[in-house]
Design a protein around this ligand. Sequence first.
Ligand code: TRP
Length: 366
Amino acid sequence: METRAIEGDDRVEYGTFEAAVERSRKIEEDLPKNPKKYRALTGDRPTGRLHVGHLFGSLQNRVRIHELGVPTYVVIADYQVLTDRDVFENISENMRQLVIDYISAGLDPEAGNLVIFPHSHVPELNQLTLPFLTLVTNAELDRNPTVKEEIQAAGLKRINAGMYVYPVHQAADILFCKGNLVPVGKDQLPHLEITRTIARRFNDRFARRQPVFPEPQPLLSKAPVILGLDGSQKMSKSRGNAVMLSSTEDETVALIKKAKTDSDRVVTFDPEKRPEVSNLLLLVSLATGEDPHAVAARIGDGGGGKLKSLLAETLNELLRPIRAKRRELEANPDYIQSVLRNGIRDARAVAEQTLGEVRRVMNMEI
Ligand code: TRP
């Protein structure tokens, strides 16, 4: 019996952060020179609106890559929402809000080469999941550190099989369009390793002469981890420590007023000893491009109060055009619909082609 596709290969290697950083650096150098060599695929679960952590951590990176001329696919991973939570009532509204956030942050569907789509509407993509499932072992899926963390974080008692399998579905998200560049954060690296393994094993098993799939590379965002306004945990809407792109200016001021600082009036950038103050400085720095030490020097002995008012002003200024664009798009639901419709149409065309190739090499043509 032939089981070479799994046994003959090494196991999925999780935990190659340094290697990923090094690969990212090389790609960053090459991107402006050869944007058309790449096809970027990235995405989000539609679980809520986006905040400045997303803006600095991933959205700005996507906008930059798209503006460099890299064909860009953005998947809205609605099926993934079902893996770790019961609520599904808001999926379609969240999806709409996600598209509004993307476009407001600068992703421009009118510029071409941009496909935004929910994967639930692209059957040929989903179908790739089935052969892909035969290329990994249960043990490999079981070891995925990000899945383990999510199970812990969600406090799941009965874990549905979708939870273990969604990284394979994610491989279909990436490979349906032969994406070879995946801008992501560190937590997604294990999933990307599964995608790379699946691509390699698929080619090895079914397409020795002419590989069907590329082995996609992660592109790690340069932004450091952004903490919430409490300075102690990751920024997230559910923790109430996030400035949302969709907040008003007054809400932003009020939220930042409540941010934690310390009692030393002289503001300094020292992430180890003064995490709260340093995180606020980092946010100013990400918004203005100024060095965080220089921001601290500018505030001097103005204390937490001055730091907070500076941050509120800076963020409100940065977000003003984004929020204006948001309001404009909110008032135009037909446009959002059309972006999604066009995205689905384009994604399906590509997915049909890929599935055709996949069937051919697997000897499943009629
Ligand atoms: N798993 C990702 C997250 O939780 C979302 C996602 C789904 C994704 N498919 C993807 C990210 C493909 C990058 C590429 O945020």
